[in-house]
Every structure is written in structure tokens, then in C-alpha cells.
Design a binder for this molecule. Sequence first.
Ligand code: SAM
Ligand code: SF4
Length: 475
Amino acid sequence: MYNNFKMKSYFFETYGCEMNIAESAAVEQLFIARGWQRSESAQTADVAVINTCSIRETAENRILGRLGWFSGLKAVRECKLGAKTKMLEEALEYVKDGPKPLTLIVMGCMAERLLKSFQKDYPFIDYVVGTYAKHHFSEIISAVEEGRKPFELDDSEKYRFASLSAEPGAFSTFVPIMHGCNNFCTYCIVPYARGRERSRDFGKIVSELETLKEQGYKEVMLLGQNVNSYGLNNEEGKTFKDVLEAASDIGFNRVRFMSSHPKDLSDEVIDLMADRDNIEKHLHLAMQSGSNRILKLMNRPYTIEQFLDIAYKFRSRVKEGSLTTDIIVGFPGETEEDFEQTLDAVRKAGFDAAFTFQYSPRPGTKAASFDDQVPKDIVSARFDRLLKLQNDLAYKSNEARVGRSYEVLIEGISKAGAGTYTARTLSNHLVNFTIPEDILPKGCLEDLEGRLGIVKIERARPYSIDGVLERFSDV
Ligand code: SAM
Ligand code: SF4
């Protein structure tokens, strides 16, 4: 046995989307419940968990690079001769009295997608936990505690939702309400890595929301690859509008959600967003392309005209709402004309912000085998043009807020500099603000995370807005 005199510790490295963050938090709860402590460094932890993402090749390559580093770390921790020691000084110091092995666990989409190849070619990984095998974590923790050898996992079962995915001590948290995806957009790995769509039981969602409210969480984000198809695949008869309404009724200061697919966003959801003060005035609606020809090749079942109709409806119904999107540049076969149509649609929708991606062929997806892949230099030039347009729109959206006062939810101290805090408006605009001395005297640093305040906006920046706190609004 090793580490008899120290509390056992775990380290997490999480890549990718909000679902991964929520799933890491749920697994972290299991470690905490067993009396383990979080470690900020993998070099001295007993267990390191890497939660992986497969959405684009760049994400996978980065993680594969990290796995190389972890293999070196494991060798150092086992005091193996010839171990690579670059950037592992902390681990070297930690094992100066003898080996202290590290258990390395890889979970998430790459673990699911590359399960067999990880098991065969990466023998230093102790457990490869696919998206359907997460329920084995309690057993894995027991095995580590008892010093047992890694055992084989059965991932043949259906997906299980964790009962609680909240990060302890936070004011805001994710609540998964669905898992997987049935849409099979031709570029996307998600339906392969996460399987078919599954809605979580309505009663279990409500009970988690009630627990979170009792625990003092101010904000929840309802999560799913396509939250608007909630309930379509089970018999409870509940829709996403019911989940959203329930979360709003429970009385959080803020209820957020993502992602929405244009094909099944209902008018009732837009109406609810407009009518409820605690539902965010922000809709993230992935457009992907402005060309009907490309949308068809992507297997996105809407036209750009239908997409823009929803955008206009949202703008007219939800006062001061913000609309954000995802766009892929360089999908196979995209011509200059298709791309111009995307720019045109971006202008018409006037997105407040956008996640823009260069198309990345994913093995096993339909589009990866399409013939006319667009050359990298063309993709990159189009990407820059799109970014420039979107940055101008984002700046305009920020500029339109100047001179007005908004309620914000405070997230903490800002990276912008001393005495500055960071927060978000109900429309999800990022705000950096200062606090006048008559509200909070200098040197009197308070923990303001999760507090609500009214901020007067004074200046727009490309990705944020600056302001001054007028008062706290939660006292
Ligand atoms: N389910 C969400 C939807 O359809 O709105 C999207 C979830 S996906 C995790 C996030 C975004 O990644 C997608 O909207 C798409 O823009 C982007 N994406 C997915 N596959 C991609 C690929 N192969 N190359 C580039 N971007 C990709
Ligand atoms: Fe991927 Fe399309 Fe499903 Fe979104 S809707 S997760 S882009 S397959």
C-alpha cells in the first residue's frame, strides 16, 4: 500500500462541451462522497481522470499529446528507469522515497470512440471508461482504495444519468436532461460517441432541481445535444417547455439551456422565454450554414429561410434578447457562392456572438467520405472573413447596451485587472465592472460570486462590456 498517511486525492482534466463538464462533476461527487480530496496537480494525485472530446480532430490531437505526457508521469511515479522527466519535477520530488503509482482513467467521447485502440495501444491507461460505462466509477474507486489491479468494464448497458452533477460550492451548475442524438448531421461524431437520444425522467430532473435550489444554487443550465426534442423518445408526455417551466417555477434566479436545434424549437418555448423573468433572454441556435444546398448535404432539415423566421420571431418576442449560433466553414463542396450565402444569413440574423469552426472530417461520419473536400487555405481565408463580420456584429451588440443599466449575476473577480469583477446579463452578455467605494470600500474584498447587482454599462469592447455597479439587487 502507498499513501497511508495522506487523504487520497483525484485530479480531473476535462475537455469539450458542457455535457463533459457535467459528467466530470458527477464523477467528482463520487470521489468526494468517499472522502477523497481534489488535487490541483496530476503529479501528486492518486487518480487522474481525463474526460475527452472527439468533436474535432484538433481536440483529439491535443488530448493524444497530453496522454503522452501522462505516460511519462506514470513511469516517474513508478520510479521506472529511463522515465522521461521533463516538466515532471514535482512528481520526481514526490517519489523520492519510493514508487507511488498513479491510476490513469480516460473517459468521455474519445474513450467511447477509440475504446479498443486505447486498450491495445495505450497500455498505460488503467481504465478506459466509455460513455455507457460511467456507472463503474464507484467500483473503480474501491479497487484503487484496496490496491487491486484494474478490472474489465462492461459497457453493454444503456446510458445512466447521474443523480447530481453539481460542482460543490459553486453558484451555477449544469443539469443534463437528455443524452445522445438522433439527428446524424453528416459531419458530426456525437451520435456515434454518445449514442441515440434519451430523455431523463421528468420526476428525476425536478427532484435534482429542487435539491439544487435547497443547496443555494442561483443558476441552472439545462443540458442536452438538442433540448427541444426532450420527451419525444419517451412516454411521459412531457416536453422541453414543461422542463423549462418547472425549473423557472422552482425559483432559481436564472434558468439557462442549450443546445437548441432549429427543427424542433417550439413557439411555446420562445413565449415562455419572453414571459418569465428568470429564464435567460438568450437563444443559442446552431445555423451551421446559410446555403440551403449545404444544409441539405449536412442533413440539417431546415432551410435558411425557416431558420431566419425563427431568428426574427425570437427577436420580436424576447425583448433585448441575444441570439448566438454555431457555423461550420469549409464543409465538403462549399463553394464561394454558398459561403457568401452564409455571410448574408449572418448579417440578416445579426448574431450577438457565434462559435465558428473550420470543418474537420471525423472518421466514420458520412461527410468524411464526400469527394470534394475544400482545400485548407480556402477554408482558412473564408473563416477569417466570417470571423471579421461576426466580430463587427458582436461589437455592435455590445455597443447597443452602452448607457443602460442591467441586472447581472456576478461570477467572480475579472481577469481584466484589480478591483474589477466579471458577470453576465440575463441575455448572456459578458460584463466587467468596478464597484464604487461607497458600495464596497477599497480593501474590503467580499466573496461576490453568485450575488446579483445592477450595473450601468459605460463602454463596449469586442467581446465584453464594461460598467460600474450601481447597487446590489439581492438585498
Ligand atoms: N447539437 C448541437 C446542435 O446541433 O446545435 C451542436 C452540438 S456540437 C457538440 C457543437 C458544434 O460543433 C456544432 O454545432 C458544429 O457547429 C460543430 N461541429 C460538430 N462537428 C464538427 C466537425 N466535424 N467539424 C467542425 N465543426 C463541427
Ligand atoms: Fe451533432 Fe447534429 Fe446531433 Fe448537434 S444535432 S449533436 S450537430 S448530430
